[in-house]
Ligand binder design. Structure first.
Ligand code: FNR
Length: 185
């Protein structure tokens, strides 16, 4: 039975390069993984007052992530950090206290930017939260995708053979990582 993986994209814009990248990663993944983008743009900003009677979008998101075997983050960098929409999704999923949906969920991060350093800052700020949230995040290989605006052909496929191979290897490593984390439970 394939493993069910939520893909969270840190950009909300329609023509997002990171969303294109997420879709490319989905097609490069081994058949042992069933990946699906889970939307985060509709989630109201986390406010503890609302958790007395949580918004339906929070509940749906929490249930969706809770039911998944793993989570893949594909994110740009905003001002050297994690975009607010993605941080909000982490916060929403982490509450109410004691029922976080992230706990022990295997994860991996791919960060991407048109810039040269591949959203390194976002990638590592995200890791900081994942340490606290107890998401075992794959450490190697790392994926910082620079020049992301130049990566795709007109169909959204990865135009560089080298990068395509690298990302395919990344997804295979992620599949092995999920198996390894799951088998120690
Ligand atoms: C950016 N961008 C950006 N890029 C980067 O490499 N480091 C950064 O710190 C920032 N900061 C930043 C802040 C804000 C508010 C915006 C809107 C943009 C540029 C960013 O990488 C570029 O817009 C990407 O195209 C965003 O990813 P998507 O939307 O194409 O997936």
């Amino acid at each position: 039975k394939p493993m069910n993986v939520c893909v969270l994209v840190g950009s909300l814009r329609k023509a997002s390069f990171n969303r294109t990248l997420a879709n490319a990663l989905i097609s490069l993944a081994p058949s042992s993984l069933k990946l699906e983008i889970v939307e985060i743009g509709q989630l109201p900003l986390y406010n503890e007052d609302l958790d007395i009677d949580p918004p339906a979008d929070w509940t749906a998101f929490r249930q969706r992530v809770k039911g998944a075997d793993a989570v893949l983050f594909v994110t740009p960098e905003y001002n050297r950090s994690v975009p607010a929409a993605l941080k909000n999704a982490l916060d929403v999923g982490s509450r109410p206290y004691g029922s976080s949906v992230w706990d022990r969920k295997p994860g991996a991060i791919v960060s991407g930017s048109p810039g040269a350093i591949g959203a390194f800052g976002a990638n590592h700020h995200l890791r900081q939260s994942l340490v606290f949230l107890n998401v075992p995040a794959m450490q190697q290989p790392e994926a910082y995708v620079g020049r992301l605006d130049k990566l795709f052909d007109e169909h959204g496929n990865i135009a560089s053979e080298g990068t395509g191979k690298f990302l395919q290897g990344f997804m295979q490593a992620f599949a092995s990582w999920i198996e390894a984390v799951r088998s120690r439970e």
